[in-house]
Design a protein around this ligand. Structure first.
Ligand code: GAP
Length: 516
């Protein structure tokens, strides 16, 4: 199946099974804003907990905070967001569609890369074992021609970005013949700067002095609380402050479901360190964060690092952890070496001394910072898109049938146990409720009695429930139930009292955390 089709199917599945709804749907929706439904909210909570516990519980020197979304407007001047948090936008006059100029060029570069890769794969198939890729890449005329196009364009592009030269970005789009994906035309406007921050007014008087911004990143709430936390928590460097919360960006192009939203959630941690130790800590957090992702068991080959070509205004080194979605590799998390840019600027703009006194060396300094920042919504989509499986299975001995199952890592599943009385008669529902009442303190359970047992199993598969138990007449006699496993479809008979032991290990967040 074409990957784009899978992407669409997953979006439809998210809606049909209560994971994600378009926001304000009865009013025809609101661009790039989404609501999480009953199953989505549970999954999101579980991801957030996995992240929070791995940061705050497992590291004695990391604490968590929850700062306000509204902040003093000077903060965004100090952080550089007022002057530098811009995207270069361009319009196509024929389609009236708006694009990010940098994304148009990057997509163009990706297409050239794909062309080269296709030539290489074709040759590999033709020559088999004897194929020498290095030699092919450095001698084949079409590959060489495309590689040159790629290198030249990339060089111009990076220079234009670094110098924030909008005219050059425009010229690259014209010179490379990039067309509008909708109209197919090259009728482009100039490239303009567009600030991504949403603004609003504080209080009842509407003038510029009262303009405040919805935070575009959670990080600044941490920086402005550096002294509060360091002093009240008696924190010694190196230490970290974590927080999870909403961020807002007026994205120009937001056509990728929850991968690019205007309101989204970030889980960020700022790690304060001694100047000069940044390379060591940057590498430490790069490796540690990758381990957190891979511990979910979704396939190590689905992740890669991507070093930034152009560094953000605050960073001296930066990379992304990318995940392979159905539409290709995309960033899920950023790791940035932010130097002392933020604390230094807040000191300058606020006039308050923001320094750390090192009692061991008797010196004061502005700490450097390593940041890890992961989008909760993007993380949500790594799990959903990786879990979505269509497969043919035997339903209790019948002919093969198709099922859609979400193979969500059990520790994060929105529902961990479905409690299903076989029929609605003979006291089975009452017995099922009794079991549910025992289990619900340890596991997120769902009770269902409507429809045939097969249909109920399929509904549970579709939301990723790892365990279903069926209560039947034998249960009334010996307190045993049938356990049905989501991934293997295996069914076992087990005593109710053994359920916590059987399930506990598999759905345990604790076990996942211990594996880190
Ligand atoms: N404080 C650093 C910072 O904000 P970022 O790379 O712009 O860095 C961090 O954002 C993470 O937030 C990204 O890796 C991504 O997962 C997520 N993110 C950023 N913009 C987003 C958007 N418009 N929609 C959804 N997630 C987004």
């Amino acid at each position: 199946m074409i990957q784009e089709d899978i992407f669409k199917k997953i979006i439809a599945h998210c809606k049909e099974y209560g994971f994600i709804f378009p926001s304000s749907e009865i009013y025809d929706g609101l661009g790039a804003v989404y609501d999480y439904g009953q199953n989505g909210a549970e999954l999101k909570n579980n991801i957030r907990r996995y992240w929070w516990d791995s940061m705050v519980r497992l590291n004695e020197n990391i604490v968590g905070i929850d700062s306000a979304i509204f902040m003093h407007p000077r903060i965004w001047e100090a952080s550089g967001h007022v002057s530098a948090f811009n995207d270069p936008l361009i319009d196509n006059r024929d389609s009236k569609k708006r694009y990010r100029a940098d994304q148009l060029i990057e997509e163009h570069l990706e297409k050239i890369e794909d062309k080269i890769q296709k030539e290489v794969e074709k040759a590999r198939q033709k020559f088999g074992e004897a194929f020498d890729e290095q030699k092919f890449r450095t001698t084949h005329p079409r590959v060489l021609e495309n590689q040159k196009k790629y290198d030249d364009t990339k060089k111009r592009y990076i220079t234009a970005l670094e110098k924030e030269n909008l005219k050059d970005l425009h010229q690259i789009i014209l010179d490379t013949g990039i067309v509008c994906p909708v109209s197919g035309s090259k009728n482009w406007t100039d490239v303009r700067k567009f600030n991504l921050m949403f603004s609003t007014q504080l209080g009842s008087v509407s003038d510029d002095a009262n303009t405040i911004y919805l935070r575009p990143e959670t990080a600044q709430g941490i920086f402005v609380n550096f002294l509060n936390v360091q002093k009240t928590g008696r924190m010694k460097i190196p230490f970290g402050i974590a927080q999870a919360g909403k961020a807002f960006r007026n994205e120009i192009v937001a056509r990728q479901f929850i991968l690019r939203m205007r309101e989204f959630e970030q889980m960020g941690m700022q790690f304060f360190i001694k100047p000069g130790t940044e390379t060591e800590w940057y590498n430490y957090w790069k490796e540690k964060r990758m381990r957190w992702h891979k511990a979910l068991g979704m396939g190590d080959h689905k992740y890669r690092y991507h070093d930034h070509d152009k560094l953000a205004h605050y960073a001296n080194a930066a990379c992304d952890i990318e995940f392979e979605f159905p539409i290709g590799f995309k960033e899920v998390e950023g790791i940035h070496s932010r130097t002392n840019f933020d604390l230094g600027n807040h000191e300058k703009f606020s006039g308050k001394k923001i320094q750390y006194f090192d009692q061991d060396t008797n010196e004061s300094y502005t700490p450097y910072v390593i940041e890890t920042s992961i989008g909760l919504d993007r993380m949500f989509f790594t799990i959903i898109s990786n879990s979505y499986t269509e497969e043919k299975v035997d339903w209790e001995g019948s002919a093969k049938e198709e099922r859609v199952v979400l193979k969500i890592p059990p520790a994060l599943a929105p529902v961990q146990l479905a409690v299903l009385p076989l029929t609605r008669k003979d006291g089975l529902p009452a017995k099922a409720r009794e079991i549910m009442d025992r289990m619900k303190f340890d596991f997120n359970c769902q009770y269902e009695e409507k429809d045939s047992i097969g249909k109920r199993y399929r509904r549970q598969d579709a939301i990723g429930t790892p365990f279903c138990i069926t209560i039947d007449h034998q249960t009334l006699e010996d307190d045993t139930v049938t356990i049905r496993y989501r991934d293997t479809l295996k069914q076992d008979r087990a005593a109710v009292e053994k359920l916590p032991e059987i399930m506990g290990d598999k759905v345990s967040l604790q076990k996942l955390l211990k594996s880190l």
